[in-house]
Design a protein around this ligand. Structure first.
Ligand SMILES: [Zn+2]
Length: 751
């Protein structure tokens, strides 16, 4: 999830909230994000002032205008030109700073209305511009745009710092925070005051001038490195590819993969050939099906070496610099390490508690990998392959074991998984659980012809709820993975504003008229991102900076991961998992086999993910020791006992979550943390009347999906579940014996 700093800088409203998913295909925060997290302000400081342009940008710049059209206005995607971004950002930053100055210099004594609420209402223009800038950054990132980005990112960092370092403003926030008036405010207002105050403090508002200056220098330097890091990964993904000229190179590949490889070649002006591109959605299926071990190794090396190939686009030195700067910043702010600073306001609160959970799951997961490898090796031996399982063999032999052990062939499942039917399935689930109705609309502009739009209404009352944009296909200039983005947050303190959200993915577009068939994992990802969208759409709060998905990092993946569970409900499968040729629903026998195999390969999935999460945390706990990422990764994995048959899901030189911005740094553990909640929460449904139990669904909406960040997430969870979450459900979901770990009950929310 990419979170941008918000308008007031301070509150951190993530204007652009993108959520990636780790469990399912790969997430990855937006390549070029300013940084802060959902509930953090960027830490920043102020140095070079953002200059007010001498001549104000012409009003003809369409990005500066209010959004017009239906649904309370929609983004003017038909009017966006790359050359307008810089003047629009500069003009709107200047406007925002002027608003901040007015609030800071208000002659009236500070109170909630003239300080905190006023901040909520500041930076509206900047928020709109920044939203569109974020969309271009992640989905329309061509050379012209990336030049804008390289120039603007450090300026944006300085801008955020200028707000959080505004001393008069901070004094007013502090006065409201300490005022007796606070106790007369609503709980949401009180939380907003607390968030503002702690975010400012955490961003350096209390530092002396010299430290503030240094902090801002650090933030700007980091912003430059984050952009470069993302651009390097994007470079390697777009330039690396395997090109095949002979059909024999395709041995083992299913027809759908051959077709998409042929399409990828045609679009690169190599008709008649086949191209495997350097992205997860292309490489992972190749590794799963290719009978050509030599080519699997090539594909694997190409993919795991992204950002790590030496030369101009290598990320290793950038990582060392980012870690050094983060350590220095944490020290300046009074924290032992970057990880301590990042986790302070999270649900986990401390790196130690996050580590404790990761370590508890790590050991049984590694043990499971050894079992999986044993099964694969036996099968390879039986086939007379005369090989030892290597990382480029894992997916291939896992697939064979899956077939042998569970009689389950993913290719047998895929014909039932039509993207568009499953999308209808998600809508149906949203109708059941959230009482939403989705209607396609064509009365709003889109930024790319493949993007489609739906209006969301309440099924019973017809009330307008929001707008949902869907951008499903891979294309050049769009970052890999899947994510959600909030174009506009729900709020009502200054008029009733409904939300606009989007889901973004990288499915390979089919031939015209042909249905797009996706894998089981992709289907889960689809539901995952839709879970983020529903989190946004369900929002029912007063203030925008605590709206929808603007919650703490280790909580935000909970609603999305929870929704993944509904893909495999019999209702969805029978109604929407229909064979693309016959229209027949997926046979129950096949569903039973899918269910039986549900914990299959959990060793691989968990270790692949957790090794990345552990490296992320350990790198950010290392303090100011200079880090050579290559050496650190190798030595730490050896200490952890990383099985040699697999590799981190995101090796450090391509770890966009962690190095393309601050928001997921020391935060990749969040997916596991959220999954503890997810597994435990789904139990509330199964213990009651099943996945569509209306009473449980109502409690879920009331305490989790609609409250945004207006309450402490641990309290919201308790209100939903009647108790704190327990880790056992997670261990069971993944098929690990909970006897193997020493995780205490209720560890998740104890302070
Ligand atoms: Zn997610």
């Amino acid at each position: 999830m990419r979170a941008a700093l918000n308008r007031t800088g301070a509150l951190l409203v993530t204007i652009v909230t993108m959520s990636g998913c780790a469990t399912a295909p790969n997430p990855a925060p937006s390549p070029s994000t300013p940084a802060p997290a959902a509930v953090e302000t960027t830490n920043t400081m102020n140095t070079p002032e953002v200059t007010v342009p001498a001549t104000p940008a012409p009003v003809t710049n369409p990005m500066l205008a209010e959004w017009t059209g239906p649904y309370g206005g929609v983004p003017p995607f038909d009017k966006i030109r790359v050359e307008d971004f810089k003047p629009a950002l500069e003009a709107s930053m200047a406007e925002n700073l002027a608003e901040i100055d007015r609030i800071a210099n208000d002659p009236a004594p500070p109170n909630f209305a003239n300080t905190i609420a006023a901040l909520e209402d500041a930076g509206r223009t900047f928020g709109r511009v920044e939203t569109i800038y974020g969309i271009w950054s992640s989905t329309m990132n061509d050379d012209a745009f990336s030049a804008v980005e390289s120039e603007m990112e450090p300026k944006l960092a300085a801008f955020y710092d200028q707000i959080t370092q505004n001393e008069k403003l901070f004094k007013r926030i502090e006065a409201v925070y300490n005022s007796p008036e606070k106790s007369t405010l609503t709980p949401e207002q009180q939380r907003l005051v607390w968030l503002n105050y702690t975010n400012f403090v955490r961003s350096g508002a209390r530092l002396d001038d010299a430290s503030k200056k240094r902090l801002s220098e650090i933030n700007q330097e980091l912003a430059g490195y984050f952009t470069k890091f993302s651009q390097n990964v994007l470079h390697d993904e777009q330039t690396g590819m395997l090109v095949f000229e002979n059909e024999s190179d395709l041995a083992g590949l299913p027809q759908s993969l051959r077709d998409s490889a042929a399409a990828a070649a045609s679009s690169r002006k190599m008709p008649g050939k086949w191209v495997i591109t350097n992205t997860r959605s292309s490489v992972a299926p190749f590794l799963t099906y290719s009978d050509r071990r030599d080519l699997r190794e090539k594909a694997w090396r190409m993919f795991v070496d992204r950002g790590d190939m030496g030369g101009e686009y290598d990320n290793n030195k950038i990582i060392t610099e980012i870690l050094r700067l983060r350590a220095e910043r944490a020290k300046l702010l009074g924290y032992p390490t970057h990880a301590h600073w990042r986790l302070e306001n999270s649900m986990a609160k401390t790196p130690e508690r996050a580590m404790e959970l990761m370590e508890a799951v790590w050991k049984p997961a590694v043990a499971r990998v050894h079992e999986e490898v044993r099964d694969m090796q036996q099968l390879a031996n039986k086939e007379g392959a005369k090989i030892t399982i290597e990382p480029w063999d894992y997916r291939y032999y896992a697939e064979k074991v899956r077939k042998a052990k569970y009689d389950l062939d993913q290719n047998e499942v895929k014909p039932y998984l039509q993207l568009e039917k499953l999308r209808e399935g998600m809508f149906w689930v949203a109708g059941q659980l959230f009482n939403f109705n989705f209607t396609p609309v064509t009365n709003v502009p889109v930024y790319q012809p493949d993007v489609r739009v739906w209006e969301v209404t309440d099924k019973t009352t017809g009330r307008h709820v929001g707008v949902w944009y869907f951008d499903p296909y891979a294309r050049p200039g769009k970052r890999s993975g899947a994510w959600m983005n909030a174009y506009r947050a729900q709020e009502r303190f200054n008029g009733d504003v409904t939300t606009i959200v989007s889901n973004n993915a990288n499915f390979v577009k089919g031939a015209p008229g042909e249905p797009v068939l996706i894998s089981w994992d992709d289907a889960r990802t689809l539901f995952h991102e839709f879970g983020h969208a529903l989190h946004g759409l369900s929002s029912n709060v007063t203030y925008p900076s605590v709206s929808g998905t603007r919650v703490v990092r280790d909580y935000v993946e909970f609603p999305s991961q929870l929704l993944e569970h509904w893909v495999s409900t019999p209702e969805v499968l029978q109604k929407f998992a229909l064979h693309y040729q016959t229209g027949e629903p997926i046979p129950q026998a096949l569903v039973d086999r899918i269910k039986k195999a549900s914990t299959f390969n959990q060793g691989f999935d968990t270790v692949e993910y957790l090794s990345s999460a552990l490296i992320d945390m350990k790198m950010h706990l290392a303090g100011s020791t200079p880090i050579d990422p290559d050496k650190f990764e190798r030595e730490t994995l050896a200490e952890l006992g990383m099985p040699k048959e697999l590799v981190m899901r995101h090796r450090t030189p391509q770890f966009l979550h962690v190095f393309s911005g601050d928001s997921y740094s020391a935060g990749y553990y969040s997916y596991l943390w959220s999954d503890v909640l997810t597994a435990d929460a789904y139990g509330a449904f199964t213990e009651a009347g099943g996945p569509y139990d209306p009473a449980v669904a109502a409690r879920l909406r009331q305490n989790i999906f609609s409250v945004g960040n207006t309450i402490d997430p641990a309290e919201g969870y308790r209100a939903f579940r009647g108790r704190d979450p327990r880790v056992e459900a997670l261990m069971e979901k993944r098929g690990f014996s909970s006897n193997n770990n020493n995780a205490p009950r209720q560890r998740m929310t104890k302070q």
